[in-house]
Design a protein around this ligand. Structure first.
Ligand SMILES: Cc1cc2nc3c(=O)[nH]c(=O)nc-3n(C[C@H](O)[C@H](O)[C@H](O)COP(=O)(O)OP(=O)(O)OC[C@H]3O[C@@H](n4cnc5c(N)ncnc54)[C@H](O)[C@@H]3O)c2cc1C
Length: 427
């Protein structure tokens, strides 16, 4: 059984930061992620508020540094199936799903993708782009190695025949690997709230969530501009609905997801460049500009001509031409009452839910879970990364909704607390 000082579960920006900070102190780290690449949600983003720096220009160097660090081993397509305490350490079982490609032999040349005849929807581009059943998941993916997906593959053999290094291995099996670690850091992040029924429940083609808009706006986008998914037209009137999955007890998410106001403001600003002829309206309850320079960022957006309307959108109706009729309770001082307003494209500022579901977490560890499903800090004010279990720490949005800055802070905090713990039990 292989020994590591720490296991980091989840290789988003927070988990990567934890892994790097531990590795820099000389600790041996195993970092795993269930997806094909590291980077979490941040690697899908366009630019980041409030600086409008390119998201992937910040994320990719960190992903690369972690994957090349001599003290970090990274396993993708991997999930924890059990954790048990053993004399102050933890024995962890990890299920490594097959990649059907030999990681050592694959050079990421892309020939398998060129010859593969099967086209599938691309999850990196939120299912709007296309890719092949085998290939490197996306341009900045780490590892830069192909993955073959058996659920789509027709086993025609084209990729195996053309692969210059014979890296395709159709007969790979899942592996169950047992490792021993001294500390575990849970950095499993978040997922977006689903689209609620009042907003079409995901059936209206021109109602998208904000992560889809990130992909349309991203410098790494394959689409070459912003379009309506329903008919490919350029939208001339775009509406943002704030709190579309937060502060809403009816869907079990009464809390604020913290980042949605700022990402809507950011996207609206980027749209002023990407779709200069479009009118952009943000329907909001109140704007929560909580971080450093966030209020100024919001004020800049107002000055740019983005239309902010205080009001709650109760319902969306899809019209025959694909436009959307919004039923809005407008609460502006000079303009009050229920109105019906038409837009060509609607973007929902969805909220944050924990990605690792409480029932799954509980199958593996007796961790205390907050009533909204996030992993509970034992002492949120003085020791936020500490869970109720010795040696188990939490970082990033696995703990609560937060932005990138706080996810990185909390990643470093968890690393420091884990380092102190590991040193103590080593003595
Ligand atoms: C549309 C949108 C725009 C945004 N824009 C900004 C912005 O401009 N600026 C900003 O500061 N913030 C922004 N955010 C918020 C930002 O995305 C998050 O703060 C950040 O990604 C959180 O990082 P994380 O590492 O905690 O989680 P994640 O990015 O979710 O990473 C978690 C990782 O854990 C993995 N994982 C999950 N469960 C398991 C499991 N059981 N086993 C193994 N691995 C697992 C996931 O695959 C993932 O790779 C935006 C969010 C959205 C939705």
């Amino acid at each position: 059984m292989k020994n590591y000082d720490a296991l980091v579960i989840g290789a988003g920006i927070s988990g990567i930061q934890t892994a790097l900070d531990l590795a820099e102190q000389g600790f041996k780290v195993l970092m795993i992620d269930k997806k094909k690449s590291t980077g979490g949600v941040m690697i899908q983003l366009s630019k980041v508020f409030p600086t409008l720096d390119c998201a992937s220009c910040i994320t990719t160097p960190k992903m690369s540094e972690a994957s090349n660090h001599p003290n970090i081993e990274t396993w993708t397509l991997s999930e924890v199936t059990s954790i048990s305490e053993n004399n102050g350490s933890y024995v962890v079982n990890i299920l490594k799903h097959p990649r059907y490609v030999d990681l050592v032999k694959c050079t990421g040349c892309g020939i398998c993708e060129e010859v593969c005849p099967v086209i599938v929807e691309d999850e990196y581009n939120e299912y709007y782009g296309i890719r092949k059943a085998v290939g490197v998941p996306f341009g900045t993916a780490i590892p830069q190695k192909a993955v073959l997906e058996p659920e789509y593959c027709i086993f025609c053999g084209a990729c195996a025949k053309k692969c210059p290094t014979q890296a395709i291995e159709y007969d790979q099996e899942p592996e169950n690997i047992e490792v021993k670690v001294k500390a575990v850091i849970v950095a499993t992040g978040f997922e977006q709230t689903p689209i609620k029924e009042e907003y079409g429940g995901g059936r209206y083609k021109n109602v998208i969530n904000a992560l889809t808009m990130e992909r349309l706006l991203a410098p790494t986008s394959p689409f070459g501009g912003v379009f309506r998914p329903g008919d490919g037209k350029n939208p001339y009137s775009i509406a943002y609905i704030q709190c579309a999955g937060s502060r809403d007890a009816s869907i079990g998410v009464p809390y604020c997801s913290r980042v949605c106001c700022m990402f809507a403001v950011k996207q609206a600003m980027l749209l002023c460049g990407a779709a200069p002829l479009a009118d952009i309206t943000i329907y909001y309850m109140d704007i929560r500009a909580f971080g450093k320079r966030y209020e100024e960022f919001f004020q800049e957006a107002r000055e740019m001509g983005i239309n902010f309307v205080k009001g709650k959108v109760a319902k969306i109706e899809e019209l025959e031409n694909g436009n959307l009729k919004l039923r809005v309770e407008v609460q502006e001082e000079e303009d009050y009452g229920v109105k019906e307003i038409e837009h060509e494209l609607v973007v929902l500022s969805s909220g944050m839910l924990p990605a690792w579901k409480p029932e799954k977490v509980r199958e593996i560890l007796p961790l205390e879970i907050h009533k909204y499903g996030f992993i509970k800090s034992l002492q949120p004010h003085v020791n936020p990364s500490q869970t109720n279990l010795d040696g188990i720490f939490v970082s990033g949005t696995a703990m609560a909704p937060m932005d990138i800055v706080d996810s990185i802070y909390s990643g470093s905090t968890a690393a420091m607390k884990a380092a102190l713990y590991i040193k103590k039990i080593k003595e």
